[in-house]
Design a binder for this molecule. Sequence first.
Ligand code: F6R
Length: 368
Amino acid sequence: EKGGHEYFMLKEIDEQPTALADTLRGHFSDGRIVLDEQRLSDQDLRDVDKVFVVACGSAYHSGLVAKYAIEHWTRLPVEVELASEFRYRDPVLDRDTLVVAVSQSGETADTLEAVRHAREQKARVLAVCNTNGAQIPRESDAVLYTHAGPEIGVASTKAFLAQIAANYLVGLALAQARGTKYPDEVAREFHELAAMPEAVRQVLGTTEQVKALGRELSEAKAVLFLGRHVGYPVALEGALKLKELAYMHAEGFAAGELKHGPIALIEPGLPVVVVMPSPKGRAVLHSKLVSNISEIQARGARTIVIAEEGDETVRPFADELIEIPAVPTLLQPLVSTVPLQVLAAEIARSRGYDVDKPRNLAKSVTVE
Ligand code: F6R
């Protein structure tokens, strides 16, 4: 059942192109985005004046990624919040608030309680869920299923990529209903998304270098991850994977925050993974990150740079260069996350850990 893989997680990493394609299938027809089990009308979507994404762990990171796209496409304010924090403050919610609850299992207690709280305040709740008929979709106004298939490995991989794709569909549906994107623009965004399974397949074909690096890093004391823009949540996700699988101290930072404190952590030999934006997309972001890498390299860090193929400017600053295919900026997390998953799994395996069942963790967290 592991299909020749040593662990379910490794199989699930390989299934990501299919998970993405299955999640997108059927959601674009007659030139329009369609969401299934849509109990929210176009008018409901037009009335939305604020979006909250509530989730935990990796699902929360998928929301952080989506914020960039949804705000850009819809011009609606989007707040992304840990479900466990959301309901213990007093979030400002009303019937024009759309709360997107993202959960692979659909049973996460913190997220479920956030959904209940939102509904009590009359907000509309859309669940993004990977499990048919789970509690969170049952208690939501509408549901958009990710079709990643069952995820057995405790660490989320294919469900995470599918969550990003589904969150993007929500963003495009809102943009379409609000008219903040012309139909041909919505169609173009969807087709770019639909090209991502192939890009992920390409990344999966080049993981040997990352695995070798993972074996080399198995004795590292700590690893830092840096990114900007959508690369920032990718850095957080890379650090989370490493913590939970390899029990290694790992931290993700917004690269711009380095100089506000974390740069004090840099010491000779410390591995720092940097997620580079495309040099063609946002030139300013790219050059800012190049200067961040040069600063940490000057302080002796071992720089591991994930960059678009053909990005020559970054080469002199990369002790290790991991290339990913060129894709639109907002979609880059779907490819840049993959080497980080492989890296964490390989470090954990080299340390002799069971990557499917990390210590102290459960696949679905049904207590608060
Ligand atoms: C990390 C991981 C967890 C889950 C989190 C939410 O690899 O798997 O952080 O993402 O527990 O779970 P769901 O999505 O089931 O609500």
